[in-house]
Design a protein around this ligand. Structure first.
Ligand code: NI
Length: 261
C-alpha cells in the first residue's frame, strides 16, 4: 500500500496532462488526498474526489490566501465538508516566510478553521512555515483534538514534533527530507515513531530527489518512502504500509488496511 497524503492535482501545472498524471497515480497508489488552498481550489478538490474513487478531498483556506477569504467562507467550507469524500479541513496554518497575508488575519483564519474542524469532528492539515511559535500557541489554546490532525511537510524541531504528537497530531514528511541539506529533518525522520508518520508529495511543489527541480506528482511519494526507509534502516514496503495505515486511520478512509498486502 502507498498513499500520498497531500497533493494539489488541481494545480494549473497539471492542466495539460492531469488525466495521465492521475492514471499514473491509480497504477501506483492506494489513495491520494487532494488538498484545497482557497474556496475555488477546495471546490476543485471535491470535484476530483467525486470523479475518482481513490481521490479524497480536504477543504480549507491556506495562510497565503487568508486575506482573500470572503466574509462567509466558513459557511461555504461547512457546506463543502458535507460531501462524504471530504475527509479533512486543510490546508490551514501560518506562513511567516512569504507573509502573503497580514499575520493577524492569518492567525484569525487559522483559528477559525481549527474550530470548524473540531465542530465537524474532522481532522485538519497544518501548513507551518517559519511560524512554529504562533502555530504551537494556537494549537495549545484550541486543544484537545479528538479527530486529530497532521503537521504537513514537517519542518520544525524534534521538541515541537513531540509536542504535536502529544496533542494527537501526525508528522508528515515530504520531498525536503530527501534533500542533501535536510540536516535535522533527517534526524527527525529517523526517530519519529512509525505509528505517527505520514508521507506526502505536496505536488506540484517540493519534488524529491532524484527529480528535484522538475514538477512533482503523487507517484513520486515512493522516493520519500524509500529515503525515509533508508534513514530508519527498514524495508520500504513496510514503511509505506505503516504510513498508509496511519493515513487511513487519521482521515477515516473507507479502505481496509490490508487490502492489497
Ligand atoms: Ni500543500
Amino acid at each position: 500500500m502507498l498513499i500520498d497524503s497531500h497533493a494539489h492535482l488541481d494545480n494549473e501545472r497539471f492542466n495539460e496532462d492531469q488525466t495521465q498524471v492521475i492514471a499514473r497515480c491509480e497504477e501506483k497508489l492506494t489513495a491520494v488526498i487532494n488538498v484545497g488552498y482557497d474556496l475555488v481550489s477546495s471546490g476543485r478538490s471535491v470535484k476530483l474526489a467525486d470523479s475518482y474513487p481513490f481521490i479524497y478531498a480536504a477543504v480549507g483556506i491556506h495562510p497565503h490566501d487568508a486575506k482573500e477569504a470572503p466574509e462567509k467562507y466558513l459557511e461555504q467550507l461547512r457546506k463543502m465538508a458535507e460531501h462524504p469524500k471530504v475527509v479533512a479541513i486543510g490546508e490551514i496554518g501560518l506562513d511567516y516566510y512569504y507573509d502573503l497575508s497580514p499575520r493577524d488575519i492569518q492567525k484569525k483564519v487559522f483559528r477559525e478553521q481549527l474550530q470548524l474542524a473540531k465542530e465537524l469532528n474532522k481532522p485538519f492539515i497544518i501548513h507551518d512555515r517559519d511560524a512554529h511559535g504562533d502555530i504551537m500557541q494556537i494549537l495549545r489554546e484550541e486543544a484537545p483534538y479528538p479527530a486529530g490532525g497532521v503537521m504537513h511537510c514537517f519542518s520544525a524541531s524534534w521538541e515541537i514534533a513531540q509536542e504535536c504528537m502529544k496533542l494527537g497530531l501526525y508528522i508528515s514528511l515530504a520531498g525536503p527530507v530527501t534533500f542533501a541539506n535536510a540536516g535535522k529533518l533527517k534526524d527527525i525522520a529517523e526517530i519519529v515513531p512509525l505509528d505517527r508518520l505520514l508521507v506526502e508529495t505536496d505536488c506540484p511543489y517540493l519534488t524529491p530527489v532524484p527529480h528535484r527541480g522538475k514538477r512533482n506528482e503523487p507517484a513520486y511519494v515512493q522516493y520519500v518512502v524509500d529515503h525515509v526507509a533508508r534513514l530508519k534502516n527498514m524495508d520500504a514496503q513496510e514503511l509505506a504500509q505503516r504510513a498508509a495505515e496511519n493515513t487511513i486511520r487519521l482521515f477515516g478512509l473507507p479502505i481496509k488496511p490490508m487490502a492489497d498486502g
